[in-house]
Design a protein around this ligand. Structure first.
Ligand code: C5P
Length: 203
């Protein structure tokens, strides 16, 4: 069975949590596509050219523990505006999405560019303050110098760059189900997403 769940949305909207839970529930593969851009950002921070870095990615790049830092997130979003970087990452994402057995991909352009034919499309969002608070709690556990205001500014800058870029900007596909997790518990969002997947599954 070929079956793709495409989940898009801004930073810390809850799309990763929903993606992981759907993959576990239905036995699908899960690809957090932000990790690919973060891995490019990490290589660029270490001095490589962005396009060359995107073309040279290997699975081990995705295991780098530094990928979760705010510095690498910002570097990822700067690399993500480059058309050649996006093109270099496309084929791997498409193959993963259309692999046998089903897949969940989360990112910014999955339902619009990577897999417009996805059987299920979700657009997960939340108010910027709610998203920044979630990200702050994650980051401060590792680095006590992180501030709420700093995280909010980073999130807003990243949203503006991701939504405003020319290449594959963050946007909801016209046929995506919108889930606003600032209004909704993760459990409720997950229940809505699970029901939609069940409804679209063949048989
Ligand atoms: O999802 P995450 O916050 O890890 O993504 C890091 C950055 O990678 C985003 O801010 C965005 O610029 C970029 N990205 C993208 N397209 C995707 C996934 C991530 O441009 N499909």
């Amino acid at each position: 069975m070929i079956f793709t769940v495409a989940i898009d949305g801004p930073a810390a909207s809850g799309k990763g949590t929903i993606g992981r839970a759907l993959a576990a529930e239905f036995g699908f593969a899960h690809l957090d596509t932000g990790l690919l851009y973060r891995a490019v950002g990490a290589r660029v921070t270490a001095g490589e050219d962005a396009t060359a870095a995107a073309r040279a990615l290997v699975p081990r790049d995705l295991e780098n523990p530094a990928l979760r830092t705010a510095e690498i997130a910002a570097a990822a979003s700067r690399c993500a505006v480059i058309a050649e970087v996006r093109a270099a990452l496309l084929d791997f994402q498409r193959r993963t999405a259309r692999r046998e057995g089903g897949a969940v991909l989360d990112g910014r352009d999955i339902g619009t560019v990577v897999v417009p034919e996805a059987e299920v499309k979700l657009y997960v969002t939340a108010a910027p303050e709610v998203r920044a608070d979630r990200r702050y709690l994650e980051l401060v556990a590792k680095d006590p110098a992180v501030t709420r205001q700093g995280v909010l500014e980073d999130v807003l800058a990243r949203d503006a760059r991701d939504m405003g870029r020319v290449e594959a900007p963050l946007a909801a596909a016209p046929d995506a189900l919108h889930l606003d997790t600032s209004e909704m518990s993760v459990e409720a969002a997950l229940a809505a997403a699970t029901a939609l997947v069940r409804d679209r599954l063949p048989g």
